[in-house]
Design a protein around this ligand. Structure first.
Ligand code: 5AD
Ligand code: FES
Length: 361
């Protein structure tokens, strides 16, 4: 216990732990509350009490990949496929702006219909509305990423899922770990804010592998890190796998805050699918971002990565009101700026009121 408290204190002060130290904290459920308290303090000191809301638009569930865990995999014949039109996507972004979001996340399966030029046209229209744009459409050539960046995209989300190359390639058939890392490197070089993250509870994944994930995120200086538990989907080969452990995922989030103190860290939807009020618990354990869904109608249900997805019967207005109420009830507030990552203010100087600087980055 002494040793554990020492490690938590060291992480909170220096933001550095080695592989063995991270692994031991991940594996020790008795340290969870102390770890999360420390992460909440570091979160407050480095990124403040503002919670950034990003409006999530799930614009196509068509995917050319076949990931063993994901309901959108191409071999899943039980999902009704859909694709929104350019105008429909832009209209959802306009509505998101109307609800007060400053960022929209455009997410889809790897849908070849959206050529680089087609998606660039959408990005240009949304960029003109003074919204920050995050793309999350999978692996593409560097030229595509470059075109979208020129068109006005600010951020990109591409989870590494696991940094164990053999595990990655066994769960994402036909995909290469090397290409995934290439994508993340290209995105960083092109000036995107890069978001990545892992799935917790993949079959065969160990605490040491998760610790290596954290070191990888430090190494690439990730701007955003989204972590969620595996939720077995009956329409996939991992349908009968054990679900990811909520508490291990929570310790992972807390450690990420201690070791990447300036990063944007979302309380993910998957956490709340597993535990009611799970997002509040994660917001109090180091997280500072929520991505409420702004997809409308039946498309929410059809974007079925995993079963039990929350909010499928709710409207975008419901989710907006729900989240601001819950954030206020925690004594936090909805941030008004676009929520770019804070840079280089290590130490005691509070910088989270510095929204002008954040906006201009
Ligand atoms: N359970 C939890 N998360 C999943 N994802 C895909 N399938 C599942 C599942 N069954 C996550 C992946 C992907 C993100 C968009 O959704 O990590 O990167
Ligand atoms: Fe969708 Fe609460 S976030 S209803």
């Amino acid at each position: 216990m002494l040793e554990t408290n020492f490690l938590i204190e060291k992480a909170a002060k220096t933001h550095h732990l080695n592989l063995t130290e991270i692994t031991s904290l991940l594996a020790d459920s008795s340290c969870e509350e102390a770890l999360c308290r420390a992460a909440d303090t570091v979160r407050h000191d480095f990124v403040g009490d503002g919670v950034h809301l990003r409006g999530l638009i799930e614009f196509s569930n068509i995917c050319r990949q076949d990931c063993m865990y994901c309901g959108l995999r191409r071999d899943n014949g039980n999902v009704e496929r859909y694709r929104l039109t350019e105008d429909e996507i832009v209209r959802l972004a306009e509505k998101a702006k109307g609800y007060g979001y400053r960022t929209v996340v455009l997410q889809s399966g790897e849908d070849a219909h959206f050529t680089a030029e087609r998606l660039a046209a959408i990005v240009r229209r949304i960029h003109a509305m003074d919204l920050a744009i995050t793309l999350s459409v999978g692996e593409r050539p560097r030229e595509d990423y470059a075109l979208w960046r020129e068109a006005g995209a600010d951020r990109y989300l591409l989870r590494i899922e696991t940094t164990d190359a053999a595990l990655y390639e066994s769960l994402d058939p036909g995909m290469s770990y090397e290409n995934r890392v290439r994508c993340l490197r290209d995105l960083g070089e092109l000036g995107y804010e890069v978001g990545t993250g892992s799935l917790v509870g993949l079959p065969g994944q160990t605490a040491e592998m998760l610790a290596r994930d954290i070191l990888f995120f430090q190494d690439i200086d990730a701007d955003m890190i989204g972590i969620g538990p595996l939720i077995p989907n009956g329409d996939t080969p991992l349908g009968t796998a054990a679900p990811g452990d909520f508490h291990l995922t929570r310790r992972m989030v807390a450690l990420l805050r201690l070791l990447l103190p300036e990063a944007n860290i979302p309380a993910t939807t998957a956490m709340e699918t597993m535990v009611p009020r799970g997002r509040e618990l994660i917001l109090a354990s180091g997280a500072n971002v929520v991505m409420p869904n702004v997809t409308e109608g039946d498309y929410r249900r059809k974007y079925a990565l995993y079963p039990g997805k929350i909010c499928v019967a709710d409207t975008p207005a419901d989710c907006r009101a729900c989240m601001s109420g819950r954030i206020a009830a925690m004594g936090r507030f909805v941030a008004k700026d676009k929520g770019f990552r804070h840079h280089g203010h290590h130490g005691s100087q509070p910088h989270f009121k510095d929204t002008d600087t954040a906006e201009s980055q």
